[in-house]
Design a binder for this molecule. Sequence first.
Ligand SMILES: *Cc1c(COP(=O)(O)O)cnc(C)c1O
Length: 405
Amino acid sequence: MKTIYFDNNATTQVDPKVLEAMLPYFQESYGNPSSMHHKGGEVAAALREARKRLADLLGADPAEIIYTSCGTESDNTAMWSALRTQPDKRHLITSRVEHSAIINNAAFLKRLGYRITEVGVDREGLLDLEQLKTALTPDTALVTLLWANNETGVLFPIEEVGALCREKNIVFHTDAVQAVGKIPINLKNSPIDMLSLAGHKIHAPKGIGALYVRKGLKFSPFMIGGHQENGRRGGTENVPYIIGLGVAAKLALERLPEENTRVKGLRDRLEEGLLQIPYTMVNGNRTFRLPNTTNVSFEYIEGESILFHLSHAGICASSGSACTSGSLEPSHVLRAMGVPFTAAHGSIRLSLGVGNTEADVDEALKIFPAVVQKLRDLSPFWKDNGPVQESSLLSCEGNSCQICN
Ligand SMILES: *Cc1c(COP(=O)(O)O)cnc(C)c1O
């Protein structure tokens, strides 16, 4: 069975060119870049080249890049740095639809006594800019927002929010893990203070990330140790992975036009095809969105059952809803958008990439209608080819979710 991989927002395949560039740094060029001898020197030179490549993808200066172990570490580093460098400020602003790397950290900070504002979104997942504006206070240490939502692909107006923060002298961080490599980013002269990215979302390996920190911004390290990364992140550099991320960044820059034409075209055709299935809708604004992502709800059925049947047919996708026993709640992102629960439960995310082909879309469009029909035939909400009217079951509250159970 052929695999059709539509889960590129979860992770991507390491590009063969990335792997090839990494391999010498495990065996031949094994020196520590901090060493004075030639084995260290050759590695230090390769790191400089890799750092330059990543900086070029962002329109940044190489000195503004700090390597981390992952996107999550970058997010945590940014948040803690903003708070530690401004100990008098006790307020933090984020949104209701962030990645868990931000949401759970914010919840932790709340328990420590910080005040957290989670700005809402509208029915299309677009940021409530007015709410954000009113939330900015002299006590605000940091505004941190996703650039592109990992579940829906919807974009936030990052440059605009950055400008607002700059005006009020508030530090601004963006989690751009999903945006990097999919939309053009140029940090030169931008009001963004810090930006997180992760290697494995752009065809580098899992376990490497980076944080952009604008030159001149006060910074406090998350990982305290040696003088690596100019004293901003202790720990011997993950040399092969940094080299890999450099090549991945170069490829991402070269492939940006393809992402926004060919990949976008495949996504659009897949989406249009899926919308032919009755009682199906797209979650999120369809214009202000990443070119590779679609979040689709098949009403009256359950996301995880859809994924199970798709996987059986070779299709890898991802669930927007996490309806697990004990927490019968659909995705926090779709709930924040006010997606009705019958639709939120049946939502799945399809995220394409440069590895996908027209044949993948053709094949998927053959598989989906049958899977959806089969599950609807089993659904208590569905009878005689339509939804059951006036159902008394339509609630996700109080452990009585009839879609999940
Ligand atoms: C994947 C992802 C992360 C986490 O990155 P890791 O490298 O897995 O820690 C953070 N934010 C967003 C938006 C992501 O998609």
